[in-house]
Ligand binder design. Structure first.
Ligand SMILES: Cc1cc2nc3c(=O)[nH]c(=O)nc-3n(C[C@H](O)[C@H](O)[C@H](O)COP(=O)(O)OP(=O)(O)OC[C@H]3O[C@@H](n4cnc5c(N)ncnc54)[C@H](O)[C@@H]3O)c2cc1C
Length: 492
């Protein structure tokens, strides 16, 4: 591995592109007065700043280190529809109409990213269309039905791909059917974040780096944010610090469970890669921990594995090499050029925290492993809430702030991650065989929801109702969620 290890951005491949991080920005060294103070320079904070500045509001964004130095600039770059929670769970909580409404907002978040790249000419973000969510077990009719529902009810374009079509795109015997999302795409997220920051500044926002908010006084019409060398007075404060807010707001940070995920970029693989992966979009395994895409012509970017405590990313390189070899034996264990990790925050309900906590105090957090579209959505909702008294953010009120359980919660999550990994690796394929056997003789019986032996086995494995085997799945598969079977992980 010959990766450059930037002291702030890490061994992140995106940070090696010329000018990727941009020049360091000034630190706040005096007292200032603005309409809105945004705390946190990840994608949520940057989107909010861009949108408010474009509407003519004076905005100061405070970033403790450098913009997008962690999750926002280190992620896999998949810009997807939906959330990190299964649609049926959202429906259970808010009903079908509201579920549809917020799903459409998330879709709009995805479209916002595409538009911002075009409008602000963020060429380095290099968007490439398409996302394929592949099954590693037989899932035919059920998957086709899901694609149908996405199209007809949720306004998300989705196509069912049969196994032949999938294997023509991805030369792996592990794969069966898939759902193809033609409007989803993938990007270089650090380039995108840099472009958003530049656009916010061009519209008049002031961005301060190396400027942590260390205390916030929420009382009064004008709130006060204290940083080591200066203070900000503002009518509105937007809290968009992700999992890094413990120094200033431990109670808010306690509503997020930090989850680390791991990414590698291989050395150029030439013809071997072209023979294995003939698809230029993003790929996720529906019930596995693997998410990948081709970057830089013939390198593979592979994102997998999650832990509730930070582990050494270079150690994980070997595990990810193993995943690549298992999926594409023709590639084998490829040489790794870069390996890094990033942390994101999970909420208990697996939905983002978006809204107004009290007059003038806004929160945009908890996007988990599905934050590219949802942080864009949040930034837009909050900017519209502040500037136009648009109250669509209230659609997220049912997903309130809930304590994430502290260290015990983290340990429980890790145990859950292992159990999901067991399910994805061992139990689910076995169940699929069990399910497939009667199908050959008797279709009715195989598809019968009253088939209690399968239902009960699934319920026991999923810890859920056993209604169907995709019942607990976030659809489309969220990336890297501790409580998402799409990303089940093993002991590390
Ligand atoms: C490895 C990995 C892969 C992922 N892949 C995908 C993917 O492909 N698609 C997808 O949709 N999502 C993905 N995600 C999730 C996505 O990256 C995140 O959900 C999203 O970036 C979160 O953005 P954010 O702005 O909330 O948080 P962050 O990016 O964490 O930004 C918060 C910022 O706030 C700053 N801050 C915190 N406290 C303070 C303070 N007191 N004062 C000043 N600044 C402060 C921090 O320094 C930080 O820069 C991935 C995440 C990881 C880690």
């Amino acid at each position: 591995m010959d990766a450059v290890n930037d002291p702030v951005y890490g061994a992140n491949w995106y940070a090696t592109a010329a000018g990727a991080q941009g020049l360091p920005r000034r630190t706040l060294t005096r007292d200032i007065d603005v309409d809105v103070c945004v705390v946190g320079g990840g994608l949520a904070g940057l989107t909010t700043a861009r949108e408010l500045a474009r509407r003519g509001w004076s905005v100061a964004l405070l970033e403790a280190r450098r913009i997008a130095w962690n999750a926002s600039g280190r992620n896999a770059g998949f810009v997807l529809p939906g959330f990190n929670q299964a649609r049926e769970r959202i429906v259970e909580r808010v009903g079908r109409d509201q579920a549809r409404e917020i799903w459409l907002l998330a879709e709009e978040g995805m479209n916002y990213v595409r538009r911002a790249i075009r409008t602000d000419r963020i060429r380095a973000a290099d968007p490439k269309p398409g996302w394929l969510e592949v099954e590693a077990v037989e899932a035919g009719a059920e998957l086709a039905q899901q694609a149908e529902e996405l199209n007809t009810v949720y306004g998300t374009r989705a196509e069912f791909w049969p196994t032949d079509q999938v294997r023509a795109a991805l030369n792996s015997r592990r794969y069966h059917q898939a759902i193809y999302y033609p409007r989803a795409f993938h990007i270089d997220p650090l380039a995108y974040a840099s472009g958003l920051a530049a656009a916010a500044e061009a519209a008049g926002a002031a961005i301060y780096e190396q400027t942590p908010a260390v205390a916030i006084d929420f009382d009064g019409i004008r709130k006060r944010v204290t940083t080591p060398q200066g203070r900000v007075r503002a009518e509105h404060i937007v809290l968009a610090g992700g999992t890094h807010m413990s120094g200033v707001l431990p109670s808010l940070e306690a509503t997020l469970r930090p989850i680390w995920s791991y990414v590698v970029v291989t050395e150029p693989l030439g013809a071997a890669l072209a023979e294995a992966v003939r698809f230029s979009g993003a790929v996720s395994e529906a019930e596995g921990s693997n998410h990948y895409r081709i970057v830089d012509g013939d390198r593979l970017l592979w994102c997998a594995r999650i832990t509730t405590w930070e582990r050494n990313a270079s150690r994980f390189a070997a595990k990810l090499q193993g995943e690549i070899a298992r999926t594409f034996p023709q590639i084998g264990r490829p040489p790794i050029a870069h390996a890094w990790s990033g942390v994101f925050g999970n909420t208990i309900h697996r939905m983002p925290q978006i809204g107004c906590l009290r007059p003038g105090v806004w929160v945009a957090n908890g996007f988990s492993g599905h934050g590219l579209n949802t942080s864009a959505m949040a930034g837009n909702l909050i900017a519209a809430g502040i500037a136009a008294r648009d109250d669509r953010w209230r659609l997220f009120v049912p997903f309130e702030l809930i304590w994430a359980g502290g260290r015990a919660g983290q340990a429980a999550t890790q145990a859950y991650i292992w159990s999901r990994r067991f399910r994805a690796r061992v139990a689910r394929p076995v169940l699929a065989m069990f399910r497939a056997a009667p199908a050959a003789d008797d279709h009715e019986v195989a598809g019968d929801p009253q088939d209690t032996s399968i239902a009960a086995a699934e319920a026991a494995l999923s810890g859920g109702s056993g209604r169907n085997r995709r019942g607990r799945k976030a659809t489309p598969a969220a990336l890297n969620d501790s409580v998402n079977p799409a990303v089940a992980d093993g002991p590390v």
